[in-house]
Write a protein that binds this ligand. Structure first.
Ligand SMILES: Cc1cc2nc3c(=O)[nH]c(=O)nc-3n(C[C@H](O)[C@H](O)[C@H](O)COP(=O)(O)OP(=O)(O)OC[C@H]3O[C@@H](n4cnc5c(N)ncnc54)[C@H](O)[C@@H]3O)c2cc1C
Length: 506
C-alpha cells in the first residue's frame, strides 16, 4: 500500500510526484515508456548525439518559481537563455526579436518603419497584463473563484469597457494583428507564434495567444543545457531524493477506483494499492484505464497540429539573410499571413501543408554537450499536418513529406540539404506512437474555448478530479493545457494534498 500512484512520468506527472513526496506522502510513478519525461525528454538518436523527442524551448515554466522551489539546479538543471528569442530571416529584410523591447523595436523600425515599431511596443504593453493574468490563472486550479480573481485583476487594468475587453479577447489573432501592424513580415511572425498551440490565427479566441508575445519580454525563454529532457531528469532525481519511486517500462493497464482506496494494475500484472491515483497521461488513456468509454469518446483531441524533423548535419543552416544570434533563437520561417491560411487550408483538405511555415532550432550552436564537434542537430517544426491523410497514410508518405521540408528550408538557407547526414522524422502518427500524443496533438486536447479552464478536458473531469473516487488528473489534458509549464502537476498535487490531509484528520 502506497499513498499515491502517479500514472505517467511526463514532466507534469513528475512535478505532481515531487510536490506530493515533499508533503510527506509515499509516491510511486509508473511509466509505460522506458524513457521518462514524455514530450520533455532527450535521447541519443545517433552515437554521441542527444536529440529532444518533443519540446525544446521552455517558456511558461520560466514564468513560474517551480525550478527554484524544487531546487532543480541542485539536481543538475541549468538553463541557457534563448536570446534573441526569435528571428525572421525574411528575404525582404530580417527581423530580430530580443527580450529587450528597445532592441526589438530598433530591429522592427529598420525593417518595417517607425509606425510598426511603435505599434509593437504598445502591443506588448497592452497584452502584458492579459498574459500575466493568463499565467497567474494557470498557476491555480480553474475554480470559479480563481477565474473570477484573474478576470477582476485583468478588468482593473484594462483601459476600455468590460464589453470591449471581452470582445478583444474573443477575437481571432489575425484580426488584432491586422489592426495593429502594417508590414506583412511582422503580421506573419506574430501570427505564426500565435499558431503554436494548434488553432490557426483566424480562429475565434486566439487573440490572447498572439498577445503572449509579451511573455518573451518579461522572462527569457530557455533551453536546458543537455537538452529539454534535463528538466524531467532533474525532477526525477528530486523525487527519488525525497523518497519517491519511479518504475519505467511497465505502465498502467487499469485503474480501479473505490472510496476505501484505489488499485492500479500494471501491464505486467502487478497490482499497486494506494489511497489516490494521479493520472498524468492523456485523458483519453485515463478514461480507458477506468473503463469510461463515453468520456473517452467525448474528448475533442483534434487531428494533428504539425510534425518535426530532426536533422543531423555537418553545418548550421546558413540563411540568405544573416541575422546576428540567429542560431541561438527560434528561427521563424514564414513569408506572409497568407501562407498561414494556405497551410491550414491544406490541413482541412487532409493534405500536409504544401508550403509549411516552420520553426528551426539549432541547439548545438550553443550547447556543445549535445553532439561531437563538427556535428549539429537541426530541428524543424512545421505546421499544419493532419493525423489522417486524404491520400495514403503517414507510413507511406513520411519520406516524401520530409523531403518537402528539406526543400522548404533550402529556400531560406540555400545548401541546407547538402549538410544533412541523417534525419529522424516525427509525423503526427509517429508522435502518437512514440509519445502517446493521440491524434498527434502535442497539447493532448484541442486548445480551444470549449476545452479551456473549467471545461478542460471535459465538464465533470475538470479541476484535476476525475468523476471516480480517489482518481485525480494532471498534464496537458487539464488546465492550463500543454507546453512545458508544470502548472497542472503542481495544481493537482495541491488538490490531492488537501483531500488526503483532510481524510487523514477525520
Ligand atoms: C515535437 C514537439 C515539440 C514541442 N515543442 C515544444 C516547445 O518547444 N515548448 C513547449 O512549451 N512545448 C512544446 N511541446 C509541447 C509539450 O512538450 C507538451 O505539451 C508537454 O510536454 C506535455 O507534458 P505532460 O507531462 O502533460 O504530458 P506527456 O509529456 O504527454 O506525458 C505523459 C506521460 O504519460 C505516459 N503514459 C501514457 N500512458 C500511460 C500508461 N497507461 N501508463 C503509464 N504511463 C503512461 C507517457 O508515456 C508519457 O511519459 C512540444 C511537443 C512535441 C511533441
Amino acid at each position: 500500500m502506497t499513498d499515491v500512484v502517479v500514472v505517467g512520468a511526463g514532466h507534469n506527472g513528475l512535478v505532481a510526484a515531487c510536490y506530493l513526496a515533499g508533503a510527506g506522502f509515499d509516491v510511486t510513478v509508473v511509466e509505460r515508456d522506458t524513457v521518462i519525461g514524455g514530450a520533455v525528454s532527450t535521447v541519443e538518436r545517433w552515437p554521441g548525439v542527444r536529440v529532444d523527442r518533443g519540446s525544446s524551448i521552455h517558456v511558461m515554466v520560466r514564468h513560474t518559481d517551480l525550478v527554484e522551489d524544487l531546487r532543480l539546479a541542485e539536481f543538475g538543471l541549468e538553463y541557457d537563455d534563448v536570446e534573441p528569442w526569435a528571428v525572421l530571416p525574411h528575404p525582404d529584410g530580417g527581423l530580430r526579436f530580443s527580450a529587450d523591447i528597445d532592441e526589438t523595436c530598433t530591429s522592427i523600425e529598420a525593417a518595417c518603419g517607425p509606425a510598426d515599431a511603435a505599434a509593437y511596443r504598445s502591443f506588448v504593453a497592452d497584452w502584458g497584463p492579459a498574459t500575466k493574468a493568463f499565467l497567474e490563472a494557470g498557476s491555480r486550479p480553474p475554480s470559479a473563484a480563481n477565474l473570477g480573481r484573474a478576470a477582476w485583476s485583468l478588468g482593473r487594468r484594462y483601459p476600455g469597457s468590460r464589453a470591449d475587453m471581452i470582445r478583444t479577447y474573443m477575437r481571432p489573432a489575425e484580426a488584432v494583428i491586422a489592426d495593429r501592424f502594417t508590414d506583412p513580415r511582422l503580421r506573419a511572425m506574430i501570427g505564426w507564434w500565435a499558431a503554436q498551440s494548434g488553432p490557426p490565427p483566424h480562429a475565434l479566441g486566439t487573440a490572447p495567444i498572439a498577445g503572449t508575445t509579451a511573455m518573451f519580454h518579461e522572462a527569457k525563454a530557455g533551453r536546458p543545457r543537455g537538452g529539454s529532457g534535463r528538466l524531467s531528469e532533474a525532477l526525477a532525481a528530486r523525487l527519488t531524493a525525497a523518497g519517491g519511486t519511479i518504475r519505467t517500462g511497465d505502465g498502467a493497464a487499469s485503474i480501479r477506483a473505490a472510496r476505501d482506496g484505489c488499485e492500479v494494475t500494471t501491464i505486467s500484472g502487478e497490482v499497486l494499492c494506494c489511497r489516490a491515483v494521479v493520472s498524468a497521461c492523456h485523458v483519453v488513456e485515463t478514461a480507458r484505464l477506468v473503463g469510461d468509454s463515453e468520456a473517452a469518446a467525448a474528448v475533442r483531441i483534434g487531428h494533428g497540429i504539425g510534425m518535426a524533423v530532426r536533422f543531423l548535419t555537418d553545418a548550421l543552416p546558413s540563411y540568405s539573410v544573416p541575422i546576428s544570434g540567429a542560431h541561438t533563437s527560434m528561427q521563424m520561417l514564414v513569408h506572409s499571413p497568407e501562407q498561414l491560411r494556405a497551410a491550414y487550408g491544406d490541413f482541412l483538405r487532409g493534405e500536409p501543408a504544401a508550403d509549411p511555415p516552420m520553426i528551426v532550432m539549432t541547439p548545438t550552436a550553443t550547447d556543445p554537450t549535445l553532439a561531437p564537434s563538427g556535428q549539429h542537430t537541426v530541428t524543424v517544426w512545421a505546421q499544419w499536418h493532419p493525423r489522417q491523410l486524404r491520400d495514403g497514410d503517414w507510413d507511406g508518405r513520411r519520406d516524401e513529406v520530409a523531403d518537402g521540408i528539406v526543400t522548404a528550408v533550402d529556400r531560406w538557407a540555400p545548401g541546407f540539404g547538402q549538410t544533412v547526414i541523417d534525419r529522424f522524422v516525427q509525423t503526427p502518427l509517429d508522435l502518437e506512437r512514440e509519445l502517446g500524443l493521440l491524434g498527434g496533438n502535442i497539447m493532448h486536447v484541442e486548445t480551444e474555448l470549449d476545452a479551456m479552464f473549467s471545461l478542460r478536458p471535459l465538464p465533470g473531469w475538470a479541476g484535476y478530479r476525475a468523476p471516480y473516487p480517489g482518481v485525480y488528473l494532471c498534464g496537458a489534458s487539464t488546465h492550463p493545457g500543454g507546453g512545458v509549464w508544470g502548472a497542472s502537476g503542481r495544481n493537482a498535487a495541491a488538490v490531492v494534498i488537501r483531500d488526503l490531509t483532510r481524510r487523514r484528520r477525520r
